[in-house]
Design a protein around this ligand. Structure first.
Ligand code: ASP
Ligand code: MG
Length: 402
């Protein structure tokens, strides 16, 4: 059996934890399995490196930032291989160049395009544990790229797909996927199973356990995914196409404070305006999420949308600089907002979920800024300070406590 095991920053945060992980993987290896490991940078090393960069230059060239950030993962894989060496277990660390993990060229937010598997296959045939750097890739200029924060999960799933692994396990510092972040919602409960689609929404909307592109890939290639703790042996949560119906309308609640609302005020009310605006934003590689357009009045309209906080200033500036091109009156930006979502495959066939969500927020006296929905999700944009209360209110209203 071939298993891909991914360990996040906390799981390899110090020497003791590195040995802990090494021992766990050694067991799998000694049972006769092929083991490919994907590691994140140790602890908060990526944040540390970003801070270091900003000390030198508040707006570092993106290529150089990736050059710097990729050292985090390179450190952890090398140390892990050294740990195996003390145990007499053959292993080898490989970075994105050595594997050859090909990505698009966008620094800081690259996407994996293709993974060469020859080198890894060769090392596995030599009965080595293969330890691969997460989060990084190589682009057509032969430069390092990174896949966006939390991207190691995506590296792991992509490798599992490319290698046709039997299993992809994401080890983290929590026991699995919860109905809500247990640090915020005390009564949150661990789920045994969840569908790819639900997990995709939860991940995108801020559940924080998995990188959303990793779930997208797992779904596309049908990679059996398990999220479990690196600190204990508990079973974790399995993510797959279909799960036993639990009769639950909503499976989980997620919040994302990393949202900024941008409003473009006084646009002309005629065809092509939204296209022009969002095309400009897309060309700058800025991800847009919720979109709201006001009804046109006196030939003018407003468009509001959310972007990730780290892209907000860039987006604001882009639009400010192009007010004339866009024929808009002004741009507004509000950073202290948060998205709170309820997600559940069960809501597809049941009306009234949105109403229930709005009711519980009303009861908690929380104002709604923007709303968006899909077949299996209701998302509201609210003031950031109300996030915790909104999550608890929704968790309770949908009966998710244990
Ligand atoms: N080290 C990277 C980060 O902190 C990638 C990851 O951990 O998945 O975002
Ligand atoms: Mg992560």
């Amino acid at each position: 059996m071939l298993v891909v095991k991914k360990f996040g920053g906390t799981s390899v945060g110090n020497a003791e934890r590195i040995f802990n992980v090494a021992r766990r993987c050694a067991k799998e290896y000694q049972a006769g399995n092929d083991v490919v490991m994907v590691l994140s940078a140790m602890g908060k090393q990526t944040d540390v490196l970003i801070d270091m960069a900003h000390e030198i230059n508040p707006n570092p060239p993106k290529r150089e930032l990736d050059m710097l950030l990729t050292t985090g993962e390179q450190t952890s894989v090398a140390l892990m291989a050294m740990a195996f060496a003390t145990m007499g277990i053959p292993s080898i660390s490989l970075n994105a160049f050595q594997v050859a993990m090909h990505t698009t060229s966008v620094y800081g937010n690259a996407r994996l395009k293709r993974i060469d598997t020859e080198r890894i296959q060769h090392e596995l045939e030599g009965r080595k544990i293969v330890i691969v750097t997460g989060f990084q890739g190589v682009n057509k200029y032969e430069d390092f790229t990174t896949l966006g924060r939390g991207g190691s999960d995506t590296t792991a799933v992509a490798l599992a797909a490319a290698l046709h692994a039997d299993k992809c396990e994401i080890y983290t510092d929590v026991d699995g996927v919860y109905t809500a972040d247990p640090r915020i919602v005390k009564k949150a409960r661990k789920m045994e199973e969840i569908t790819y689609n639900e997990m995709l929404d939860l991940a995108t909307l801020g559940a924080g356990v998995l990188h959303n592109r990793s779930v997208e890939l797992a779904k596309k290639y049908n990679v059996p995914l398990v999220v479990r703790s690196s600190l204990n042996e508990s079973e974790g949560t399995t993510i797959k196409e279909v799960v036993k119906v639990e009769g639950m309308l909503v499976s989980g609640v997620a919040a994302d404070k990393n949202a900024t609302r941008i409003s473009v005020v006084g646009l002309e009310d005629r065809p092509g305006v939204a296209f022009k605006l969002f095309n400009m934003i897309a060309k700058a590689h800025i991800n847009v999420d919720m979109i709201l357009q006001s009804i046109g009045r006196d030939g003018s309209k407003d468009i509001s949308f959310t972007v990730p906080e780290d892209m907000a200033d860039e987006c604001y500036k882009l639009l400010e600089d192009n007010l004339e091109v866009l024929k808009a009156k002004k741009v507004d930006m509000r950073k202290n907002v948060a998205k709170v979502s309820v997600v559940g495959a069960g809501m597809m066939s049941t009306p009234g979920v949105a109403a229930k969500m709005f009711e519980c927020l009303y009861n908690a006296d929380i104002n709604i800024n923007m709303i968006s929905t899909s077949e299996i999700r209701v998302t509201v944009l609210i003031d950031e300070k109300d996030t915790e209360r909104a999550m608890n209110a929704a968790h309770e209203a949908f009966g998710l406590e244990d």
